[in-house]
Design a protein around this ligand. Structure first.
Ligand code: ADP
Ligand code: MG
Length: 637
């Protein structure tokens, strides 16, 4: 019989498979098993429709046989089977135009893209075999047909024999080459482990004959005779059939979840929290998610890859589906199993995407509510969690131009000056004083450093709580949030802290006006446009000076931005040197302005340097500063 040609597109996909250098060729087994499972589903469904009696699910199975010598691997199912026409259309043409389009648009990319992202279907068999033979008998037909192909050249269809309906697919496994060994696909133990890895949860038993050995029974054996073994074969069911996530929560013991997590996700520690949920409706899926008890070694590096395992009706189709998790929750491990995806994922990539988006947004909400309940009901555990992943939440609130800030704001915590431990923003607001307008925060390298900042003195005097921000991202994060429950965040170094009465404000304005020339002179003395202005302030109590910033960019942000790799060091906050209006230094300065302008210049520079030191900013000329201080000491004698 003359060979038939594959449809042009099929030929292209076949070529791709045959010449695949893809390292995960093993997934061919997953594809064939899932086809077999689909075929059984169909057979079972039709039986139900036709009211065929006496058929039960446990009459169905998928079996695997291996003939090492002939290098044959056979998968058999007793599903719906295929007619001659089915064989032509289903195996001779290709339905998955979605993946081909993808390939067309990404021609330069490796095979891995198409194979890794999508189910590749029946043709994946050609990654490991140089001849594929399909013998099938459709349900209700009294004849069987054989389809056979050695690759892109085409295929043959001939009449064949088969006792009952179903399909046998036999792969002639490729010979080993210098670079590649294909023998593993003829090794029953390897096949068993592949079934367990990819197809454990297929709802029909996958059976294979396994060779085993046992102690030979010998009633005449003497005590010190060597024990003798004999081999025998036994049909083993390779898959467990019911995944833990398909069970109801009450059926699963906490330690089962923990065990599952550790085995599946290679962790040595139990998870901090297990999230098991099932949903029906616009999206039907089961999700089993875990929050690890510790951050992986590479978590805060580029090497870390986020994502959830994605199953379509129990069949693993993607190991790390990144689209299912927003970056802020990238620490979550786990899996999603959806029956909505099974057909779509291979046929229509777009639809698949939409479905995934719905699931992803549900999961996002679910993860948030679980974290929130942890925060409310198990504070200690939440704080441990926050130690590991709080930074990620803060980056998440800041990133994407604040797209996730509402999702995350309730989960954030910062060190509280009053409680001397972490507090949420809503806890802070609950403790705000009646006359307190803002949520105050201060930045620095450490809690101790911040606690000693002069800018915090007045606020503390008024008994206002301050959030201490010690992490680089903190202030960016709060700036992105802008407010919480209508209360604005305010840096202790911000222009207007709103601490004074109208009267005090006016008084300060007047005194500012009076000292205008002095302050201008000091600004010039400090030199080179280093400060935007020199001003009098009421925010200080015992300290003479502090440095603040005007506009949106704070000194802390300036530090962070300039420390970033590849930063060009020209990001500058608009610095303002503030002088305590109630400090005796002011009288000294006024006097120098009138009588000793040279000394005033020196003092202005010193005060500026002091302010830099207090802020933990680099001092431009430490030697000059040291000399100035020393001169002063000698002078005073
Ligand atoms: P998909 O499974 O996404 O439809 P495949 O390339 O895996 O794509 O399979 C193509 C088609 O071949 C299937 O849709 C099905 O109609 C048919 N088929 C494959 N394997 C079997 C089988 N074991 N029994 C019955 N039909 C099968
Ligand atoms: Mg398939």
């Amino acid at each position: 019989m003359a060979q038939k040609q594959f449809q042009a597109e099929s030929k292209r996909l076949l070529d791709l498979m045959i010449h695949s250098i893809y390292t995960h060729r093993e997934i061919f087994l997953r594809e064939l098993i899932s086809n077999a499972s689909d075929a059984i589903d169909k057979r079972y469904y039709h039986a139900l429709q036709d009211g065929e009696s006496g058929l039960t699910r446990d009459q169905f199975e998928i079996s695997i046989t291996i003939d090492k010598e002939k290098r044959l691997l056979t998968l058999s199912d007793n599903g719906c089977g295929m007619t001659k026409e089915d064989l032509e259309t289903d195996l001779g043409t290709i339905a998955r135009s979605g993946s081909l389009d993808f390939k067309k648009n990404n021609e330069q990319k490796e095979d891995i893209d198409i194979i890794g992202q999508f189910g590749v279907g029946f043709y994946s068999a050609f990654m490991v075999s140089d001849r594929v033979t399909v013998v099938s008998r459709a349900h209700g037909a009294d004849e069987a047909w054989k389809w056979e192909s050695e690759g892109a050249d085409g295929y043959d269809i001939d009449p064949s024999e088969k006792d009952s309906c179903g399909t046998d697919i036999t792969l002639k496994i490729k010979e080993n080459t210098e670079e590649d060994s294909f023998d593993e696909f003829l090794d029953p133990y390897r096949i068993r482990s592949l079934v367990q890895k990819y197809s454990d949860y297929i709802r029909y038993p996958i059976r294979m004959e396994m060779e085993k050995s046992r102690l030979k029974e010998n009633p005449d054996a003497k005590e010190d005779d060597k024990p003798e073994y004999e081999t025998y074969t036994e049909i083993e069911t390779l898959n467990s059939m019911v995944p833990i996530w398909k069970k109801s929560r009450s059926e699963v013991k906490p330690e089962d979840y923990d065990q599952f997590y550790k085995e599946k996700f290679y962790d040595y520690e139990d998870p901090a929290r297990v999230i098991h949920s099932s949903t029906e409706g616009t999206a039907t899926y089961n999700a089993l998610l875990f929050i690890p008890a510790h951050a992986p070694m590479n978590y805060y590096t580029r090497d870390y890859e986020k994502g959830l395992q994605l199953y379509a009706s129990g069949v693993l189709i993607m190991d790390k589906c990144a689209d299912l998790l927003p970056d802020c929750f990238s620490f979550v491990r786990g899996l999603v199993d959806s029956q909505d995806l099974s057909l779509n994922i291979s046929r229509e990539m777009l639809q698949h995407d939409r479905q995934l988006k719905i699931i992803a947004s549900r999961l996002e909400k679910k993860i948030k509510s679980e974290l929130l309940s942890m925060l409310q009901n198990d504070r200690e555990k939440y704080e441990a969690f926050y130690k590991n992943f709080g930074l990620q939440l803060k980056y998440g609130a800041y990133g994407d131009y604040g797209a996730h800030k509402d999702l995350l704001k309730d989960l954030l915590m910062f060190y509280s000056s009053r409680e001397q431990k972490l507090a949420t923003i809503s806890e802070y607001i609950g403790r705000m004083k009646a006359d307190q307008k803002f949520i105050y925060y201060a930045c620095g390298d450490s809690v101790e450093h911040i606690a000693s900042l002069p800018q915090t003195e007045r606020l503390k005097e008024k008994d206002f709580e301050i959030l201490y921000l010690t992490e680089e991202v903190d202030e960016f994060c709060l700036t992105m949030l802008h407010e919480y429950d209508g209360k604005e965040f305010k840096s202790v170094s911000a222009e207007d802290l709103d601490l004074e009465s109208e009267e005090e404000k006016n008084e300060l304005k007047e005194r500012q006006e009076e000292s205008k020339d002095l302050l201008e002179a000091m600004k010039a003395d400090i030199g080179d446009g280093k400060v935007e202005a020199v001003r009098l302030t009421k925010r200080l109590k015992s300290h003479p000076v502090c440095l603040t910033a005007e506009g949106g960019l704070s000194l802390e942000m300036e530090k962070v931005l300039n420390a970033m790799p590849g930063a060009n060091a020209d990001v500058k906050a608009r610095r303002v040197l503030e002088i305590n209006a109630d400090h005796p230094i002011l009288a000294v300065l006024s006097d120098l302005y009138a009588n000793d302008r040279e000394k005033l210049a020196s003092y202005a520079k010193m005060l500026y340097t002091q302010a830099l030191l207090i802020e933990g900013m680099p001092v431009e000329d430490p030697v000059a500063f040291s000399n100035q201080v020393c001169e002063l000491m000698v002078d005073k004698k």
